[in-house]
Design a protein around this ligand. Structure first.
Ligand code: CDP
Ligand code: CDP
Length: 211
């Protein structure tokens, strides 16, 4: 069967890790759509261009190659911040959503993760998960992630940044972050990665058997 799995959630909720595990388990391709917004932001920052011009940002979005995006190059904090700023622009979203839908329609099925997959990019996906966790838990996860890479971090600052990002992503008028009406909610605040994966598998298997 052609299974499309839509996974949404705020920053550091664990959706990326979960998506990778699900894609590997079910033999599906995976697209981290956050990278496409990051790729636009990086291209603008690299060229010293403003983040406020929708014409320039939309042109840049049209040129994004989903196959060439690498998380290592795009994982910088400033790029994430800039990404959430250009992500409020409807024409940037339109250009990227078109590419994301093409990816989702590939033979064999796919897992896509982001902010608007279940609501906008793949509203007909048979499985939708909305992954959440409290801001405090998410800040702690990011904090440990940075320490594990051997870098220094300020947990209180990370928490403040996460709250600002949540507000921007949930408050924008075009495609705000919110659970689709038919999404399964997965609060991972008290869950290990393995426990979240088991819970997701239980939801997906029911749909996979029905189809
Ligand atoms: O993709 P997203 O920003 O939603 O989050 P992620 O990159 O998958 O996860 C952020 C960090 O939280 C990673 O270091 C994960 O290993 C960790 N994590 C965790 O400790 N427990 C979970 N249940 C999920 C993620
Ligand atoms: O890794 P993290 O969850 O921090 O962020 P990301 O998934 O890489 O996404 C960066 C930013 O892109 C988000 O804060 C959103 O503003 C935007 N984004 C979006 O608007 N729609 C998506 N489908 C994915 C990301």
């Amino acid at each position: 069967m052609r299974l499309v799995i839509a996974i949404d959630g705020p920053a550091a909720s664990g959706k990326g890790t979960l998506s990778q595990k699900i894609a590997a388990h079910y033999g599906l391709k995976h697209l981290d759509t956050g990278l496409s917004y990051r790729a636009v932001a990086k291209a603008l920052l690299d060229k010293g261009l403003t983040l406020d011009d929708e014409d320039i940002a939309a042109q840049t979005a049209k040129a994004v190659d989903l196959g060439a995006m690498k998380r290592e190059e795009l994982a910088v904090h400033a790029i994430g911040e800039a990404a959430s700023k250009i992500a409020v622009m409807p024409r940037v979203r339109q250009a990227l959503v078109e590419k994301q839908r093409e990816f989702a329609s590939l033979a064999g099925g796919a897992v896509l993760d982001g902010r608007d997959i279940g609501t906008v990019v793949c509203p007909d996906a048979p499985v939708k998960l909305y992954v959440s966790a409290s801001p405090e838990v998410r800040a702690k996860r990011r904090f440990h992630e940075i320490l594990a890479r051997g870098n220094e971090a300020d947990e209180a600052q990370i928490l403040a940044d996460i709250k600002v990002r949540d507000e921007r992503d949930m408050g924008r008028s075009d495609s705000p972050l919110k659970p689709a009406k038919d999404a399964h909610l997965l609060d991972t605040s008290k869950m290990t990665i393995e426990a979240a994966f088991e819970a997701a598998k239980n939801i997906i298997d029911v749909v996979a058997i029905k189809n």
